[in-house]
Design a protein around this ligand. Sequence first.
Ligand SMILES: [Zn+2]
Ligand SMILES: [Zn+2]
Length: 102
Amino acid sequence: MEICPKCDSNMKNSVCIDCLKEEIVEWIGREEKHLVEIVEDVTEDLKLYKGKHFGCVFCNKKINLCEDCYKQEVYNTIREADSRLAEVFLSKFMKITPMIML
Ligand SMILES: [Zn+2]
Ligand SMILES: [Zn+2]
């Protein structure tokens, strides 16, 4: 079992952040095209975290972050730009209640 380097919980997801991003970008591109870039940017930033073992079921890249951490970061980022859209993101993509940051 691999531990998420950000939250120290077991990573249950089998999909990497790039592949998670695809789905989010497709949605946000229909909503607010200019926000595609910030989702791309936050995903790149999160690649600072290095995964070790698991291969993504879609692209076989290393999985470096758990799905919850990734979506939490994306949520925070969208929220800074557009709080209405952040709420839509929440109901559409997140099953957990996000921690409201600072
Ligand atoms: Zn995590
Ligand atoms: Zn992938």
